[in-house]
Design a protein around this ligand. Structure first.
Ligand code: FES
Length: 148
């Protein structure tokens, strides 16, 4: 069973401040005892490349859990290895580009069955041979930010 959950929707302001917003949805897969936390939606406009974007609340991803989100229209996947750390990867499967999805503490590709470790993005099972592309992620207060 895959206990992926959609998290409640909330508006957010960008960490960069004033002028923009971005439409983001964080959905989490945190294991069998997962409970919902946060989803972020706001006015849709992109931010400059390299700008950290709030993708959802830290409380929305349990330790050992995974989630998905979007940054500037790009699908990203998130893994939370411990209380103080989050990791993020480009969700594009390195086999043929399908978006991978949370599967417990890892990610699975629905197209041809590749799977990747949440802890480092490496391939667990092919046909993909290269790891997921790592992105910069951080915890900023109660928010997870990702730079894509
Ligand atoms: Fe992911 Fe083929 S696109 S396994």
């Amino acid at each position: 069973m895959n206990p992926e959950q959609m998290l409640p929707r909330r508006s957010l302001l960008l960490g960069a401040g004033a002028a923009g917003g971005t439409a983001l949805t964080l959905s989490a897969c945190s294991g069998p005892d997962s409970d919902a936390a946060a989803t972020s939606d706001a006015a849709a406009s992109s931010v400059p490349a390299g700008t950290p974007v709030q993708v959802g609340k830290v409380s929305g991803v349990k330790v050992g859990g995974t989630a998905t989100g979007k940054v500037n229209g790009k699908a990203v996947v998130i893994f939370r290895p411990d209380e103080k750390t989050v990791l993020a990867y480009d969700a594009a499967c390195t086999h043929a580009g399908c978006p991978v999805a949370p599967a417990g503490g890892d990610f699975e590709c629905p197209c041809h069955g590749s799977s990747f470790k949440g802890s480092d993005g490496s391939v667990i099972q092919g046909p993909a041979r290269a790891p997921l592309a790592k992105l910069k992620a951080a915890i900023d207060g109660e928010w997870i930010t990702v730079t894509a």
